[in-house]
Design a protein around this ligand. Structure first.
Ligand SMILES: [Fe+2]
Ligand SMILES: [Fe+2]
Length: 222
């Protein structure tokens, strides 16, 4: 629990950076919504600590540090655009899978030990992570890759006439149909999805950083 508590708190900042560096409005919105959900998850993990009668404390999670370091490398290596969006999706899905595994185990342990209320919290969070993973897959298949494909086709079309813009049909523009806009999340997520404004991390996260940092040292620039 200390491990995932550290991971979630760090993620609230990392997701803001991912949102800032995403080009696709839908991907940007997905990161912002999940950032809001993650802030709520921090509170839910704190509730689990409380139910078990322990103070909420964070302990360095080397796995999450590594995953976020990779995501940070992608941001440094790529210019903004469909390529970086694809890389951000890969990085974010690795994070989600880590979380799904962690919460799945924690749920099972809590249930086995008879803490059904705690198990329910972990199961709800695990489901939220899973939904996010599915959404990212959907964005990869319906928005990001077709956009990259469309960009290549535009180059080809400039050399020869024709109109074979999208083989998959429909997703020729990020500003078009909003198939993912119905994704509002369960934690009352934000969904502004526009602009590159800095994203305010909640006072909840700010208030808890000291504890995590004191045990973990320097964060990776998030
Ligand atoms: Fe999470
Ligand atoms: Fe997550």
């Amino acid at each position: 629990m200390k491990d995932i508590y550290y991971a979630e708190k760090k993620l609230t900042k990392a997701l803001g950076k991912m949102a800032k560096n995403a080009t696709s409005p839908k991907l940007k919105e997905a990161f912002m919504v999940h950032q809001s959900q993650t802030e709520d998850q921090v509170a839910q993990v704190e509730k689990a600590f409380s139910l078990l009668g322990f103070p909420a404390k964070a302990k360095k999670c080397a796995a999450m540090d590594g995953l976020l370091e990779e995501a940070d490398e992608h941001i440094s290596e790529y210019s903004k655009g469909a390529g970086l969006d694809a890389a951000l999706i890969v990085g974010a899905q690795k994070v989600e899978h880590y979380e799904i595994a962690a919460y799945g185990s924690m749920r099972s342990f809590a249930r086995t030990l008879g803490y059904e209320d705690v198990a329910k919290i972990f199961d709800q969070i695990r489901e939220q992570e899973s939904d996010t993973d599915v959404l990212l897959t959907d964005l990869a298949e319906s928005v990001i890759n077709p956009k990259a494909e469309a960009e290549m086709e535009d180059v080809e079309e400039s050399a020869k006439s024709g109109s074979s813009r999208s083989k998959r049909g429909g997703e020729d523009s990020e500003a078009g149909e909003d198939s993912s806009s119905s994704y509002s999340g369960r934690g009352g997520g934000k969904s502004s999805g526009n602009g590159d404004d800095d994203i305010a991390v909640s006072s909840l996260t700010d208030g808890n950083d000291r504890e995590g940092d004191s045990e973990t040292g320097e964060a990776m620039g998030y």
